[in-house]
Ligand binder design. Structure first.
Ligand code: FMN
Ligand code: SF4
Length: 362
């Protein structure tokens, strides 16, 4: 018997199966607030039996806001709008986590009116923008922004919170020797590079209590020749666990080729080897993202002990009911070809799969 449809726990949160929706900026918000289109998108994923939905990346500070239709969690007046989202997911019996995502050097001055920021001043070849180095006081302010955002997630009724610590965005940039050249308490050694995350986790734990699930999406290693190693990734997670971390979703860190984590044409799981290493070294649930398409391969990940659960992004843009179809034996593979056509539509604030006319077909 496969474990895929058996429950598992993150801290005290019981999740009914091993399928997670990985965080997906849908760009469908209206003036930083939740829209009807988003309520419908999440409702369909719940009806389609997704065990845990991780929200779109929510920005915790204004300078971390990148896409115009992205949702904010940077101020208390965002809470009522976010509550609509969590209440709607709960009404249909689902579970939803808030992802806290600061764009860092992917910040967009056209959207937020501010220069991108990071641990060190650098030119980002992907957006051709200069990123400004945060002063030590500003680093403390950004830690507090994340902590307050975690508190808002809790107050808005999210079942869990996830820190976005992957893909070169702000948190991931602090963790990498490629993007963090500081020589103060936030950089210079692997341990100091991890301090930014440690302080965020400690702060959220203090404000939300012992039972609130705190997760991180993390690159165990950078996909960059000068990047951090898997060993460094695993030892940083051990420190995060001491600070209060409950689960890790394995992705990639700083990328030599931007958006390498949304691999074109991928139809098989990636990060399998490093995830296996994390799974055997850690005593918290490990979730693997990237390229999950075929049920047989997904089973190998969970039943083969590579990860406790799998997460997917693009398959749910194509079909919010794919998990239910797997469960009912109506599909043995997602039809998503990883063509990445949906990303262009997301940028135009009209997210949908190019093989379907609309995001929600009903
Ligand atoms: C439209 C789109 C938006 C995304 N937004 C986020 C995001 O907000 N936060 C995040 O951590 N990853 C984001 N990702 C990356 C996915 O969560 C996932 O890591 C990646 O697409 C690989 O998984 P997949 O093969 O199942 O698509 C996004 C990907 C896409 C295609
Ligand atoms: S456009 Fe459709 S098939 Fe292509 S990656 Fe997006 S969801 Fe998958």
């Amino acid at each position: 018997m496969s474990k895929l449809f058996e429950p598992f726990k993150i801290n005290k949160l019981e999740i009914k199966n091993r399928f997670v929706r990985s965080a997906t900026v849908d760009n469908l918000g209206k003036d930083k607030m939740v829209s009807e289109a988003q309520l419908a998108f999440y409702r369909e994923m719940v009806l389609g039996e997704v065990g845990l939905i991780i929200s779109s990346g929510l920005f915790p500070s204004l300078d971390g806001w990148t896409a115009p239709g992205q949702l904010g969690i940077h101020q208390d007046d965002m809470i009522p709008s976010l509550k609509k989202l969590t209440a709607n997911v709960h009404k249909y019996g689902g579970k939803v986590a808030a992802q806290l995502m600061h764009a860092g050097w992917f910040g967009n001055p056209k959207t937020c009116g501010l220069q991108p920021v990071g641990p060190s001043a650098m030119f980002n070849p992907a957006n051709k923008l200069e990123c400004r180095e945060l002063s030590s006081d500003e680093v403390y302010e950004h830690v507090d922004d994340f902590v307050q955002a975690g508190r808002r997630a809790y107050e808005a009724g999210f079942d869990a919170v996830q820190i976005h610590g992957a893909h070169g965005w702000l948190v991931s940039a602090f963790l990498s020797p490629v993007t963090n050249h500081r020589q103060d308490e936030w950089g210079g050694t692997a341990e100091k590079r991890a301090n930014f995350v440690v302080r965020i986790i400690e702060g959220i734990r203090k404000l939300t209590g012992p039972d609130y699930p705190i997760m991180i999406k993390l690159g165990l290693k950078d996909y960059h020749p000068q990047g951090k190693t898997v060993a460094e990734g695993i030892s940083s997670i051990k420190r995060f666990i001491k600070a209060g971390l409950d689960a890790v979703e394995v992705s990639e860190g700083v990328e030599e080729e931007a958006f390498h984590h949304i691999r074109k044409d991928a139809i098989n799981p990636y990060y399998v080897d490093e995830c296996r290493q994390a799974r055997s070294a850690l005593n918290i649930p490990v979730i693997l993202v990237g390229g999950m398409r075929q049920l047989a391969e997904i089973k190998k990940v969970v039943d083969g002990g590579i990860a406790d659960a799998v997460s997917m992004c693009r398959p749910f843009i194509m079909d919010q009911h794919i998990v239910q179809k797997f469960h009912q034996g109506k599909a043995d593979s997602s039809q998503c070809t990883s063509c990445n056509g949906c990303i262009e539509w997301m940028q135009k604030q009209k997210l949908h799969c190019v093989f379907k006319e609309k995001l929600i077909e009903n």
